[in-house]
Ligand binder design. Structure first.
Ligand SMILES: Nc1ncnc2c1ncn2[C@@H]1O[C@H](COP(=O)(O)OP(=O)(O)OP(=O)(O)O)[C@@H](O)[C@H]1O
Ligand SMILES: [Mg+2]
Length: 283
């Protein structure tokens, strides 16, 4: 592909909004939020690519009962095209399965680097939103994915360690990596008020110690239907669309859908991959 045709193709592409879902603490609902938010955006007419950036046990394919043969590492090694790695989930949701490749991003050769970027730039699948389900903790991989994204959605729940871990994540991302805007979602709340209180507690400390802006995205209730759906290896949005959590996920999707589109230049998938590689290498 010559440069001019590459530029022409890029000018025609719509920018892709990249959203990373993170939490600091494990088990607060990142994967459920990622999957159900993705389905909510699909229902709103968006083309969504969900990237599983967590190698842990509770990953996206498990939650959706999907099997994947290939992952990003096969793309990095040049064995598969990105299209061949993408798995089709419910309602046409496209999924990139988890790979140890995210660790490898920092150790790519020049050829592999160029290869991954080409793989993303050649993806013919239309994408409006790339959602990234990150791992628990504040590893280099979590930091690089969140830095490369346009928006970060931090999931918290009403446990002291969830708030302290979310604070630690926000602190690292803001003080060491210059991120300033964070979207906060309260999960597993018993009442809407519990969500507001959680957000107020977090804001109180970040306002005092950090130079960041927190944006409250609302709350998802503690919901037995979600637990049932997880056991069935299905998304709650699909198996119990009228359940309290599914309703909350739909509201969340409507809010996320209103986030402004990224600027043209930062909005191309290949530029997201460039940032990801650059930040991974920078450590
Ligand atoms: N809104 C909810 N209502 C009830 N239970 C929930 C809710 N959200 C999450 N859970 C429970 O928490 C469990 C963990 O959720 P999930 O796997 O999405 O968390 P995670 O943050 O992705 O975990 P990990 O850090 O291991 O990746 C679910 O299997 C479910 O039992
Ligand atoms: Mg998870």
């Amino acid at each position: 592909m010559d440069q001019a045709s590459g530029l022409r193709r890029m000018a025609k592409q719509k920018p892709v909004k990249v959203i990373a879902v993170a939490s600091g603490k494990g088990g607060v609902g990142k994967t459920n939020v990622s999957v159900n938010l993705a389905l909510g955006l699909v229902a709103a007419g968006r083309q969504v690519l969900l990237m599983d950036a967590d190698l842990g046990l509770g990953n996206v394919d498990l939650l959706l009962g999907l099997r994947s043969e290939y992952n990003l590492s096969h793309v990095i090694n040049g064995q598969r095209r990105l299209e061949e790695v993408v798995v089709k989930g419910p309602e046409g949701l496209a999924i990139i399965p988890a790979a140890s490749g995210t660790q490898m991003m920092s150790e790519l050769s020049k050829e592999q680097h160029a290869g991954v970027i080409r793989a993303f730039s050649e993806l013919s699948l239309p994408v409006d939103v790339l959602l990234i389900d990150t791992a628990a903790g504040i590893s280099d991989s979590v930091v690089s994915f969140t830095r490369a994204a346009h928006e970060v959605l931090v999931v918290v729940c009403n446990e002291p360690t969830s708030l302290t871990d979310a604070y630690a994540l926000i602190k690292v991302l803001s003080e060491e990596h210059g991120l300033q805007r964070f979207n906060i979602l309260a999960n597993m709340v018993r009442t809407p008020k519990e969500g507001n209180i959680l957000f107020a507690k977090l804001t109180r400390v970040t306002d005092y110690y950090l130079d960041v802006t927190l944006n409250y995205m609302g709350a998802v209730p503690q919901d037995e239907y979600l637990v049932k759906a997880v056991k069935k290896q299905q998304a709650v949005m699909k198996s119990y669309p009228q359940s309290p959590s599914a309703l909350a996920f739909r509201q969340l999707a409507a809010k996320v859908d209103k986030w402004p589109a990224p600027e043209q230049a930062s909005g191309h998938l290949e530029f997201f991959v460039e940032r990801l590689i650059q930040y991974s290498a920078a450590g």
